[in-house]
Design a protein around this ligand. Structure first.
Ligand code: ZN
Length: 68
């Protein structure tokens, strides 16, 4: 009888090397494969927004400096 123990123990299989990697480990310790996850994507979006704000601030500063 096959039991899906992966969910029980919070483990998932690495699609690259088939090693079992813990759910809270976003990177495979064997081959370095990075698991794509929603949380990571959201974080990337936040970083992107922060970067955009920084660029806008820089542009405003440049304009203020060249304006006088
Ligand atoms: Zn791997």
């Amino acid at each position: 009888m096959h039991i899906d123990y992966r969910k029980e123990f919070g483990v998932r299989e690495c699609p690259s090397c088939a090693t079992e990697v813990k759910i809270n480990n976003n990177r495979c310790p064997i081959c370095g494969y990075e698991f794509p996850c929603l949380r990571g994507r959201r974080k990337t979006l936040q970083v992107g927004m922060a970067l955009l704000m920084l660029i806008l601030l820089g542009l405003m500063l440049l304009r203020a400096l060249s304006g006088r």
